[in-house]
Design a binder for this molecule. Structure first.
Ligand SMILES: Nc1ncnc2c1ncn2[C@@H]1O[C@H](COP(=O)(O)OP(=O)(O)OP(=O)(O)O)[C@@H](O)[C@H]1O
Length: 563
């Protein structure tokens, strides 16, 4: 590829054929022939070096990567500068011009990310998840990055395995499917069978090319975001570079993923019944190779699979809600940072046999434990207050706690934030009704309203100033909401909100109890009264779910009788 480019540039520089035919004097022709020879010599030398010297090849690829990022950045800068500096007759025209620029810049960026691959694809995937906080032209354009990740060749995989494990794939496994079951930005997963025990396993292997370019790529992305901040201080995106730098090295260490998977498996062992969660067991873990028990399943939005296996979508939805709320609200294991559709699967099991004691006829499989985050205690408490206020339509308290846990101030920013966190349009987010599912029109309306002029600056401000962990909460909320909607749960979203309200209520109950203990003497009247008052409040909160479940049981019973 390098030599081809070299020759193309050479030919353009020399333009030799045109020189001969255009009557240029012989001395000039001589000079151009010599130049052609030099370029040809460099091209051939370069090709030989490229194919024989690893460090030369590495250098060339580095220059190429830098070139791709520099050109894309310069083009996007120019586009935005022209659009933002221009004069417009009306705000509508300006907004329309900005939309066009977003789309053009996003397309240029997409091509650059695809060309460089690796962590750039990860960055693009991160952007797609910020649905309510970035213009749709950006989030929609990046969607292909979720599906198309470059696959490493079997030869590269074999070399890496031999180097890192000290043994060949043939010696370690009795079977190894060369076609991966999943190819992602950082790794690919192959199905294999262990030679020693004949067990079926999933082997996650990091793309070999990643390691050598990660420091450069992190440096480049940080530089781009810093430059952007310099030229457009009103659109700060440096946080995105910082975030990537913080996370990428953790994600690239599969021994950390193994630790997370084992900790989550152990933690959820006591919640098997409410969650039906299955985490594949870890067989062995190296920095770039992870060998796990093979646990396959269907996607959660495969409604035919669920129908064929008699799996009740409303139960799956409730289990999902328990899994993620448990992670968010209970201190212990932390929150899985990437619960997208590809990282979850469902499989049917004989009633009561799933995962030891799970009483359901299905298991929910969770993959990819590369990143977990702990939510600080006070943030968890404020977040719980916030959601209880949302469910009570208590706007003053919503504002109070949005400010506390996410630093949101001002009417406009509060509205945007309420939209992002509830996934509802401004009207519904401030007037929340948990019984009503979102309609397609409502989702369209969210994007239209978030795209209104003047909002972009506020969005950028929110993104750069809010604690990173809140972004994770927003992302988890959104992904789990999408998973839930994909299930077509016949009961609607009501039960999942009641489950979440229970977790919030428990968090607030614990906080209030702690307060009573801190402000009164144990067993004094004030202490007893405080505890009782809290307990009654908590039971009142819990009862809504019990009542709902009772109503549903009676409804189901009546429906069965009438059949
Ligand atoms: N233990 C397993 N058993 C069966 N299939 C598995 C297992 N682990 C992973 N897979 C399959 O491989 C795919 C990719 O795995 P995983 O999500 O861990 O990779 P990844 O590189 O972290 O991907 P991404 O970053 O996109 O989430 C999964 O979606 C799943 O289909």
């Amino acid at each position: 590829m390098f030599s081809r480019q070299f020759f193309r540039v050479g030919a353009r520089l020399v333009g030799s054929r045109r020189l001969v035919s255009s009557g240029i004097p012989p001395t000039k022709r001589h000079r151009s022939t010599r130049a052609l020879k030099v370029i040809a010599g460099l091209g051939i030398g370069g090709t030989i070096l490229y194919n024989t010297s690893d460090s030369f090849k590495h250098g060339v690829l580095m220059v190429e990567r830098i070139g791709v990022v520099t050109v894309a950045t310069a083009r996007c800068f120019k586009l935005y500068k022209n659009t933002l500096d221009a004069q417009y007759d009306t705000e509508e025209i300006r907004a329309a011009a900005l939309k066009v620029t977003h789309l053009k810049a996003a397309t240029i960026t997409l091509h650059a990310l695809e060309k460089n691959g690796g962590i750039y694809i990860k960055l693009g995937q991160h952007l797609t998840a910020l649905t309510y906080l970035l213009p749709p032209e950006w989030t929609n354009t990046m969607i292909p990055l979720q599906q198309e990740c470059p696959q490493s060749s079997m030869e590269e995989i074999q070399q890496l395995f031999q180097r890192d494990m000290g043994v060949s794939i043939e010696d370690y496994f009795s079977e190894f499917d060369p076609e991966p079951v999943g190819v992602a930005s950082l790794a690919q997963v192959h199905i294999a069978r262990l030679k020693e025990t004949n067990e079926k396993v999933a082997v996650k292997i990091q793309h070999p090319s990643l390691q050598q370019f990660v420091p450069l790529d992190v440096f480049l992305t940080n530089t781009v975001f810093e430059l952007m901040y310099k030229f457009f201080p009103e659109y700060p995106l440096t946080w995105l570079g910082d975030e990537m730098q913080n996370l990428i090295y953790t994600e690239l260490d599969f021994t950390k993923e193994a630790q997370n998977a084992m900790a989550t498996q152990e933690y959820f062992a006591k919640y098997k019944d409410s969650t039906a969660l299955r985490i594949p067991s870890i067989k062995s873990a190296e920095h770039r190779i992870l060998i796990m028990e093979y646990v396959g399943g269907a996607r959660l939005d495969d409604l035919k699979y669920m129908n064929d296996h008699n799996i009740d979508a409303s139960k799956v939805s409730a289990c999902l809600s328990h899994i993620f709320n448990n992670m968010i609200f209970t201190p212990g294991v932390g929150v899985h940072c990437d619960p997208h559709g590809g990282n979850l699967a469902i499989r049917s099991v004989a009633n009561g046999t799933g995962n030891g004691t799970n009483s359901h006829n299905f298991e929910i499989i969770l993959y990819d434990h590369g990143l977990y985050r702990q939510i600080p205690l006070q943030m968890r408490r404020d977040y719980s207050h916030f959601w209880l206020a949302v469910l009570d339509n208590d706007i003053p308290n919503m504002k109070k706690y949005a400010k506390r846990f996410a630093g949101i101030e001002g009417e406009q920013k509060f509205k945007i934030f309420a939209c992002a966190i509830t996934g509802r349009d401004p009207e519904n987010s401030l007037n929340y009704d948990i019984t009503k599912p979102r309609t397609k029109d409502e989702m369209l309306n969210i994007h239209t309203q978030l795209n209104e002029d003047g909002i972009l600056e506020d969005l950028m401000d929110i993104l750069s100033s809010m604690p990173r962990i809140v972004l994770l909460i927003l992302k988890t909320n959104d992904l789990t909401r999408n998973l839930d909607e994909g299930l077509n749960n016949p009961l609607g979203p009501e039960r999942t909100f009641l489950i979440m309200a229970n977790y919030c209520a428990r968090t607030v109950y614990e906080e209030q109890n702690e307060l009573v203990s801190l402000t009164s003497t144990k067993y004094s009247f004030k202490w007893l009264w405080g505890k009782l008052d809290n307990w009654i409040w908590y039971q009142r909160r819990l009862s809504s779910l019990y009542i709902y479940d009772w109503i549903m049981t009676i409804k189901n019973f009546k429906a069965k009788l009438s059949l």
